[in-house]
Write a protein that binds this ligand. Structure first.
Ligand SMILES: C[S@@+](CC[C@H](N)C(=O)[O-])C[C@H]1O[C@@H](n2cnc3c(N)ncnc32)[C@H](O)[C@@H]1O
Length: 172
């Protein structure tokens, strides 16, 4: 019984401590992600998608089904383990146990996916702006569930909003 309580405590802690760093775990709806990668931003093998806070990896797997490479940053070790196991049969997926705010996106990144909460949206866009400036080119951002009023959306589909973060353009 003590072992069971210990395991429950560890799991609760793993999911609870994340709130200090960012949004808690809630997965995107797979069907909606699939539609977004077909109609909002048709993903292809030319893309490298980064999911900042990749959860169980559902977004990474949908990206891989469209031939794209996909890199996830996830701070919860249990979710990293689950997503690595669930994504094992897909090509081109990497899941990193890392704080997204302390990570450098791969140089080939074309699209950044985020499902965060209003508290963190500004900070996450600041991180993406920083990376776009470092890479010296625009990055497409797909945000699930949250709009960012500092940018004009370039498209939307259901709960997905698409933005372009261009380091050469001053935002409104
Ligand atoms: C709302 S969930 C979204 C999961 C996934 N992107 C999806 O759409 O299904 C947010 C995820 O971000 C992770 N997270 C929160 N803060 C983070 C941080 N600073 N670095 C990396 N991951 C973080 C959480 O553990 C959680 O799994």
């Amino acid at each position: 019984m003590t072992l069971l309580y210990a395991v429950i405590a560890v799991v609760v802690l793993m999911f609870g401590f994340v709130v200090i760093f960012g949004a808690p775990y809630v997965p995107s709806k797979r069907r909606e992600v699939q539609r977004a990668f077909e109609s909002l931003y048709p993903l292809s093998s030319n893309d490298l998608l980064v999911d900042i806070g990749s959860g169980d990896g559902v977004v990474l797997r949908e990206a891989a089904k469209h031939g794209a490479r996909a890199v996830g940053y996830e701070i919860n070790p249990l979710l990293v383990l689950i997503s690595r196991i669930a994504s094992g049969r897909y090509k081109g997926i990497q899941v990193k146990l890392a704080d997204l705010f302390r990570s450098k996106f791969p140089d080939e990144t074309t699209v950044v996916y985020m499902f965060s909460e209003s508290r963190d949206i500004k900070r996450m866009f600041a991180k993406i702006e920083h990376e776009a400036t470092r890479l010296k080119r625009p990055l497409t951002v797909i945000s699930y569930g949250f709009q960012y009023t500092q940018y004009e959306p370039k498209g939307e589909l259901g709960a997905h909003f698409m933005y372009i973060v261009d380091p050469t353009v001053t935002k409104a």
